[in-house]
Design a protein around this ligand. Structure first.
Ligand SMILES: [Zn+2]
Length: 294
């Protein structure tokens, strides 16, 4: 069994202050071949809160782990009740200036690829193509027994029909699409089985405690290998799934640039960490590069 994931990384007591100088980011982009690695911080301006960072939800919310989800029917009921509610919020979220700038950089041939740790689909909604979803997507559901994939919106419709009158008010919403509900609010929420085999359905996202599929990791490693530099946008790099690519880039002497308000676990590998809000920063970089319509 895998170790329970560490969720409690905290920066050194006196982390180096972030920069406000966007020139290194603009310079890297103007050279081209930039691989973007994005995290929850790029979606906060779309109304999807970060686990960490200022006002992060991790202090009051423990993300569902793969172990709990697969081992415990009550945990699955809790998860789907909360996730069903969270889905409505995610369905309303729209890409922000940060997502639009990344799509514009790609259209202008400045990027070698986009890897995202987010499961919200907002890069694609902004027009980015070929995005690698490191942790999967809330858009899809997979059966743990027969492996059949199906669209989340179909399951959402079945859950609506099976749970008429389920209208609790959540205390909060989390970047994994999980809302905060009490046990009373979850009540006797009805979970839906796979339509093919009756098996257990799981969102096609990598839960805490679950490994990213090896082929996906290998694909990302190739993307890092082919890139001229790595641009981290809105990730604290707390979990190894993203940090390993920063380490790979640093090992092979590719510049790592980070735009994140708070210190990150990858700062010591980076040539700079710009501490500005993502939407503002990336729109300014696009402006510097003369990229219109972002
Ligand atoms: Zn099935």
């Amino acid at each position: 069994m895998r170790m329970r994931p560490t969720l409690s990384w905290t920066p050194a007591e006196d982390p180096p202050p972030g920069s406000t100088d966007l020139a290194p980011v603009a310079d890297a982009l103007s050279t081209g071949g930039v691989l973007v690695l994005s995290g929850a911080g790029i979606s906060t301006e779309s109304g999807i809160p970060d686990y960490r960072g200022v006002g992060g939800s991790l202090s009051r919310h423990t993300p569902m782990t793969y172990q709990d989800f697969t081992a415990d029917g009550r945990a699955r009921r809790r998860y789907w009740a909360r996730s069903h509610l969270g889905w409505r919020t995610f369905g309303r979220a729209r890409p922000n200036a940060g997502h639009r700038a990344v799509a514009a950089f790609a259209r202008h041939g400045l990027l070698s690829g986009v890897i995202t740790q987010n499961v919200d689909g907002l890069h694609q909604a902004a027009g980015s193509e070929g995005v690698v979803e490191l942790h999967g997507s809330l858009d899809r559901v997979v059966c743990l027994s027969c492996g059949t994939f199906s669209p989340r919106r179909e399951l959402a419709r079945r859950l609506e029909e099976a749970n008429v009158g389920f209208e609790p008010v959540a205390a909060g919403i989390n970047p994994d699409g999980d809302a905060d509900l009490t046990d009373e609010q979850v009540g006797d929420f009805r979970v839906m089985p796979c339509t093919v085999c009756g098996g257990i359905l799981k969102p096609d996202v990598v839960f805490f405690g679950e490994a990213v599929p090896p082929k996906r990791v290998e694909h990302c490693r190739e993307l890092v290998h082919e890139a001229a530099s790595l641009l981290v946008l809105g990730s604290s790099l707390t979990v190894m799934s993203g940090l390993r690519f920063v380490r790979q880039a640093a090992r092979t002497e590719k510049p790592v640039l980070i735009v994140n308000l708070d210190p990150t676990r990858g700062d010591r590998h980076a040539v700079t960490r710009v501490a500005l809000p993502l939407g503002t920063a990336l729109a300014a970089v696009a402006g510097r590069l003369g990229i219109p319509g972002h």
